[in-house]
Write a protein that binds this ligand. Structure first.
Ligand SMILES: [Zn+2]
Length: 423
């Protein structure tokens, strides 16, 4: 075999290429920001500007958060998101979260809504190389009907919800709201279809838009070549979203078997975004989300049914992508990789399947599969060098000290204990 000339060689590695193949000992070579070769077995002779001995640790593609709110700032209550931080400070938080994403090994993110057009600005700045951050699809403001989930400010406060949401009712207003986001160059546009247990005015079993409003939304989003996304938990609402061909169905907590079959047939994507609800159980108490709250908000039902739906989705071969609604005090930014552990511990995924959900399926979700998501020659050099084997213990991916290096476009953007110590 001829000597390999490259910019970077990572050798003595356990390669998890996320194509679906079993992991294998090998080496990865990078040239001109792209993967030049992935080699099985002992590394051939090479000359590289930089060489990293992975010491038997895993090398895998950069991960994806499929439900990311970069501008959420770990607020202690949902309603605080809108009112406690001025937009300028919120923007600074969001820039920090972009850096944090990389430090956590996440090189791709699909936004599920942001204040104003913060994520559009982030995406543009990352793409221009002005700030560090993941490859990103921006969402801009979510769309919500009056008295829907994010229309939470009481009327007598005389406050709208300008920053976080566009309140729209009826097909024409929904179409206009979509167009406002298109005008701001959003890539993906999200509508609230059902409520949420934590909401004071609409629980997860209530539909907050009509079928006609949903259909108008999907039609308008697709007319403009964007991706349609929804927040939905209710059974009937989940059916509507599947039938309407929503590209990204977030939660689908109570979806029935027929709905899952439609999702599978239409090749739509499910993002469980269950990190939030696990966080309510694991750490909610200290933020006032006590037993009474959990009961009143049907948290147990959400967790149990949400996990069961994803177990079925896995069996049906539906594309499931990690993404956990991080950005609240009980599920703070920086814990994105806990989603992989939840898939393994509670939803029947093998560690390799969880990694594929976060990598290959993430790239497919972002429509970047030609360039990202697997370790194959020709793709962008976005990968992690891990201290250990996540196939034996998936939780090490959630420990930033164990991410020896995070590479994006062949450049080390974070590494090991240094990145953990900074946050
Ligand atoms: Zn969300």
């Amino acid at each position: 075999m001829p000597r390999i000339e490259c910019d970077l060689a990572v050798h003595n590695a356990l390669i998890i290429d996320a194509t679906g193949a079993e992991a294998f000992p090998g080496a990865l070579f990078v040239k001109d920001k792209r993967i030049a070769a992935v080699h099985r077995g002992p590394a051939p002779e090479f000359s590289a500007a930089r060489a990293i001995d992975a010491k038997g640790g895993a090398v895998l593609p950069g991960m994806t958060d499929g439900h990311w709110h970069p501008s959420y700032y770990n607020a202690k209550a949902i309603a605080d998101l809108d009112i406690l931080s001025p937009i300028e400070e919120t923007m600074i938080h969001a820039v920090r979260h972009c850096q944090l994403m990389l430090e956590c090994g996440f090189t791709m993110a699909l936004c599920a809504g942001a204040h104003h057009r913060i994520d559009v600005a982030l995406r543009n700045a990352v793409n221009a190389g002005e700030i560090p951050g993941p490859r990103m699809l921006a969402a801009g403001r979510d769309i919500c009907c009056t008295a829907g989930l994010t229309d939470w400010n009481p009327g007598w406060w005389k406050l709208g919800l300008e920053g976080l949401t566009i309140i729209a009712d009826g097909e024409d207003e929904i179409r206009k709201a979509v167009r406002l986001n298109v005008k701001e160059t959003a890539d993906v546009i999200k509508l609230f279809v059902s409520g949420e247990g934590a909401s004071f005015n609409c629980n997860q079993y209530q539909l907050t838009c009509t079928r006609a409003e949903l259909d108008a939304f999907v039609d308008e989003v697709h007319r403009r070549g964007r991706l349609a996304s929804v927040h939905v938990r209710d059974r009937l609402g989940s059916r509507w979203c599947a039938e309407a061909g929503v590209d990204i169905i977030n939660h689908a907590t109570y979806a029935d078997d027929q709905t899952l079959e439609i999702i599978q047939e239409k090749d739509l994507t499910l993002v469980p975004a269950l990190g939030y609800i696990f966080g309510v159980f694991e750490r909610g108490e200290q933020f006032g989300l006590d037993a009474a709250f959990r009961k009143a908000s049907f948290a147990q039902e959400d967790r149990d049914s949400g996990c069961e739906v994803i177990r079925k989705a896995r069996r049906l071969g539906i594309r499931v992508v990690t993404g956990g609604d991080y950005g609240f005090a009980w599920v703070p930014h920086g814990e994105y990789a806990r989603d992989l552990k939840y898939l393994v511990d509670h939803m029947g995924f093998t560690p390799l399947e969880a990694i594929i959900a976060a990598t290959r399926h993430g790239a497919e979700l972002l429509r970047m599969a030609g360039d990202c998501g697997t370790l194959e020659a020709g793709k962008a050099a976005d990968f992690l060098v891990v201290d250990g084997n996540p196939l034996e213990d998936i939780s090490i991916l959630a420990d930033r000290r164990r991410l020896a290096y995070v590479f994006k476009d062949g450049e080390a953007v974070a590494h090991g204990a240094a990145s953990a110590a900074r946050s």
